[in-house]
Design a protein around this ligand. Structure first.
Ligand SMILES: Nc1nc2c(ncn2[C@@H]2O[C@H](COP(=O)(O)OP(=O)(O)OP(=O)(O)O)[C@@H](O)[C@H]2O)c(=O)[nH]1
Ligand SMILES: [Mg+2]
Length: 413
């Protein structure tokens, strides 16, 4: 197991730095890296050339000389020259939070799309940092002063990376177009969609599996659940049919984390687009985590970046088997559950189905006998209140969704 020390700069109010440092340690842990020491420093502004003060650099350097350490993990994003300067002194690799998250993502990505998304984000991270990498490589070769070949090398690899980004983004676009066509097909269909969102490790995939288990439909392939940050990196959609409710599509996707690298959100935007188009969001919260309020805020801010902050949201406070907390104010509607112990699942399902149908309206249609397929759709996706027949068609009174209202306006009477 590799050993790492953590370095963090306190630029925050309250105990935020500790929260971030704990999270950095958890991120390292998912890569089998053990954290052996932490160094923090209060700094009001970023300082070149080391990001941290010289005194702190000395302190860390002494620690590295006297203890077995393989890696220095920085909570803050570093510039190329800061990485270079620090590595020169420490003589071991220096990795910032962004690169660590990118590393986890690249190890976890399984689908072609997720892999491409991570690769693009990785290349975009590398691009502005190329210079220092080539420069330190050159120093290793003992070529100080020999600028010419070095710059040529930088130019070459820069051009290669840039063309790689273009090529991979093009491949991604093709995959996305195919998925969007599928989604557009679904959009026209009257079936509603529900997306599960939340901080990583909150229990999103567990919720997906819980609802799958309660579903009457036979499509019951469960999704992967693990006590690990970023266990899920792809988007999975399943058709769910609960008692007393019309079928809907449920989507499980990537969890969020504070300081999620911007390029990563950008690259994963296509995956996360499903969220934007949902009729309802299930925001899962690890209620047993002392930082749960902070995690809600982070999730909300990523939702905002994704343009999904206006969607009706049910807050699912999970893991109540581990906490006695009472529900905080300001999060409505909300349910408290233990997905693991199957506690309060009925109430969750009731609230969910009520929310899904709350905007439905009672409409009366007259469907000509020549348009029998409309009756099938109404039967499957609306609550029929009354059916009668007359000479030129079937008269149906039903509670219908806005999608159905939109599709069948011409039959309203
Ligand atoms: N104690 C307890 N643990 C739970 C509960 N629900 C889920 N977990 C555990 O929490 C861990 C994370 O669950 P997941 O469903 O994988 O979480 P996720 O939100 O999908 O996580 P990522 O995909 O990594 O973002 C797993 O070890 C679950 O078994 C619960 O109600 N109580
Ligand atoms: Mg998951």
């Amino acid at each position: 197991m590799k050993k790492a020390i953590l370095v963090g700069i306190n630029r925050y109010k309250g105990n935020k730095l500790k929260i971030y440092m704990d999270e950095l340690a958890a991120l390292a842990d998912t890569l089998n890296i053990e954290t052996t020491a932490r160094f923090t420093q209060d700094i009001t502004q970023a300082t070149a050339p080391y990001r941290i003060g010289r005194g702190k650099v000395e302190e860390i350097s002494t620690h590295i000389q006297n203890n077995p350490v393989d890696l220095v993990l920085f909570n803050d994003e570093l510039t190329s020259s800061q990485i270079r300067n620090l590595e020169e002194i420490f003589n071991i690799p220096v990795v910032d939070r962004t690169l660590l998250i990118l590393d986890i993502f690249s190890k976890r990505a399984k689908t072609k799309e997720a892999m491409l998304q991570v690769e693009v984000a990785h290349l975009k991270y590398l691009l502005p940092r190329l210079k220092s990498m080539t420069a330190s490589f050159e120093r290793q070769q003992g070529g100080i002063g020999s600028r010419g070949p070095g710059e040529k090398k930088i130019e070459l690899s820069r051009r290669k990376i840039e063309s790689d980004i273009v090529r991979k983004e093009k491949q991604l676009k093709q995959i996305v177009t195919i998925r969007q066509t599928n989604r557009r097909y679904r959009q026209k269909s009257p079936i509603k969609t529900v997306a599960i969102v939340g901080y990583t490790n909150a229990g999103k995939s567990t919720l997906m599996n819980t609802l799958l288990a309660s579903s009457k439909t036979t499509d019951d392939h469960t999704v992967n659940v693990k006590d690990q940050l970023f266990a899920t990196l792809e988007t999975t959609s399943r058709r769910i049919e609960l008692n007393n409710s019309k079928p809907f599509i449920l989507t499980d996707t990537i969890g969020f984390i504070s300081n999620l690298p911007h390029d990563l959100i950008d690259s994963f935007k296509s995956t996360l687009e499903e969220i934007k188009e949902a009729d309802l969001l299930l925001h899962v919260i690890d209620f047993s985590n002392p930082d749960y309020l902070e995690q809600i805020t982070t999730t909300q801010s990523v939702l905002k970046q994704l343009d999904a902050d206006h969607i009706e949201t049910l807050y699912v406070f999970n893991k109540i088997d581990l906490t006695e907390e009472t529900l905080p104010h300001g999060f409505n509607p909300a349910v408290k559950v233990s997905l693991k112990n199957q506690k309060n699942i009925d109430s969750l399902i009731d609230t969910l189905t009520n929310l899904l149908s709350q905007n439905d309206k009672t409409i009366t249609y007259k469907i000509p006998y020549s348009a029998g397929e409309v009756i099938n759709v109404l039967n499957e996706h609306s609550h029929i209140i009354e059916t009668t027949h007359d000479n030129d068609g079937t008269i149906i009174k039903a509670r219908v969704s806005s999608a159905i209202r939109h599709n069948y306006k011409q039959y309203e009477i």
